[in-house]
Design a binder for this molecule. Structure first.
Ligand SMILES: [Zn+2]
Length: 187
């Protein structure tokens, strides 16, 4: 099971992979990039200094080391029977990337990442669906393999230049353009 796509034979999301990889790589290896993630939002005070429990997530998601894609990628999200984690009209089912950041006092922040290609539309219903789903994960309303217990969540959108996506930025904790994602590692 690879940590990243670059040496892997997974072609599951070829358009998204370079950007998801760059994002998670930056989070894993760069404290400044992690600080940038929470800058100027309500999480900044508690999570400006964090580590990444990467091995714990790996052990939880893929204990037998069988997955072809990285363990942080493509969490298939089964909606609960009675829950708002998949509102009507939203087709969102997968979390493109999910990683966790742990602060010095042991609190864990779940980072839910959605990737949109330049020409991919993001509907209003879809944009509204991310936070309720992340809240469902936080509260553990359903048992989900590979999801570490956490205390807070944030939703991140990696987007292209499309206006429809930019207009919906308010539904996410943080948004990065594709080119900004590639620059994150050098922060
Ligand atoms: Zn739910």
């Amino acid at each position: 099971m690879p940590d990243f796509y670059r040496n892997a034979d997974s072609h599951y999301q070829p358009r998204a992979q370079p950007y998801l990889d760059a994002f998670v790589d930056a989070m894993l290896h760069n404290q400044n990039a992690r600080a940038e993630l929470v800058r100027s939002n309500s999480l900044e005070r508690e999570f400006s200094e964090t580590t990444v429990p990467f091995k714990e997530q790996h052990a939880s998601r893929d204990p037998s080391d069988k997955m072809k894609q990285p363990f942080w990628a493509n969490y298939w999200s089964e909606p609960c029977a009675r829950c708002d984690c998949r509102p009507p009209g939203s087709k969102t089912m997968e979390i493109d990337a999910l990683i966790f950041l742990r602060n010095v006092s042991g609190k864990v922040l779940a980072v839910h990442v959605e990737f949109k290609a330049d020409d991919e539309r993001l509907s209003d219903d879809q944009a509204r669906a991310y936070a309720p789903r992340a809240q469902c994960y936080l509260e553990g309303r359903k048992s989900r393999k590979g999801v570490l217990r956490h205390d807070e969540f944030m939703t991140v959108l990696l987007h292209g230049a499309g206006d429809t996506v930019v207009d919906l930025a308010e539904h996410f904790t943080k948004c990065f353009t594709h080119s900004d994602v590639l620059k994150l590692a050098s922060k």
